[in-house]
Design a binder for this molecule. Structure first.
Ligand code: GLP
Length: 250
């Protein structure tokens, strides 16, 4: 894992946006894995601004979002599809056919998950996967458990995760769906590169365990230790619990 620590959330956003701009310049048909949550919002804002200035081109790129709430219509403001439209896709020029989501309203969850795995494979796999991390160490909706799912699946959310997602449901955790479709651990680990971003003190413990702790299903993000190309981009608050040598690698 390469650790990069920036002074502020804004610096994190600029650095990650810059990396994506460079990746898209090098490979215009880049296949991006995208995450939702508060953490990537400044990155999407930065990319939207750069797109407005003609400094980044998404027209040949493809995207696959990590997860989507189950049984929530795409039009619902809390859906991840609506989130991405608000924060990125409404502001950059990308052909709708190149934007991929799990369909939370699909008739059959298992079939929908299999379709998504096939679509990722047909696109040639994910080149760069952007990830956030839950305060409990989840990635996507792969929650801490005795066993994790390798492939895209229907996941049940922890109460803590539903609370963390309540912002998009009028701050009412009970309004957050109990289940979601999510890429699995192997789906995520098959991305060629992973960029995990974490900002704020609330992520400090999960980040420390992800980086220094044992590989454990109790902290799904710890599995990133076995991936050969992971960049962990942090602000100082999220890096607080790391050793000074680790924080100094910025
Ligand atoms: C949700 C998403 C994750 C995201 C996590 C952290 O549970 N499914 O993909 O990484 O929240 O969100 P935030 O960035 O708001 O802390």
């Amino acid at each position: 894992m390469r650790l990069v620590v920036h002074r502020s959330q804004r610096d994190v956003a600029h650095a990650v946006a810059q990396r994506l701009v460079a990746e898209l310049e090098g490979r215009p048909s880049l296949v991006l894995g995208l995450a939702t949550g508060r953490t990537p919002i400044p990155i999407y804002q930065r990319l939207s601004a750069l797109a407005g200035q003609g400094r980044v081109d998404f027209t040949r790129a493809a995207t696959f979002n990590l997860d989507e709430f189950w049984r929530l219509p795409a039009e619902h403001p809390g859906s991840y599809r609506a989130f991405m439209a608000r924060h990125l896709f409404g502001h950059v020029r990308i052909p709708p056919a190149r934007i991929h989501f799990l369909d939370g309203m699909a008739r059959d969850a298992a079939e929908e998950c299999a379709r998504y795995e096939r679509a990722i494979a047909a696109a040639g796999g994910i080149d760069v996967q952007i990830l956030g991390i839950g305060a409990n160490g989840h990635i996507g909706f792969n929650e801490p458990a005795v066993a994790l799912q390798a492939r895209t699946h229907l996941a049940t959310l922890k109460p803590q995760t539903r609370r963390a997602n309540a912002t998009f449901f009028g701050d009412d955790a009970t309004a957050v769906p109990e289940q979601a479709l999510s890429m699995g651990m192997a789906t995520i680990l098959q991305a060629r590169s992973v960029v995990l971003i974490a900002t704020g003190r609330g992520k400090g413990r999960a980040v420390e365990r992800m980086v220094n702790g044992p590989l454990t299903t109790r902290l799904p993000a710890s599995f990133l230790q076995v991936h050969h190309d992971v960049e962990v981009v942090l602000d100082e608050a999220a890096a607080e619990r790391l050793t000074s040598a680790q924080r100094g690698r910025a």
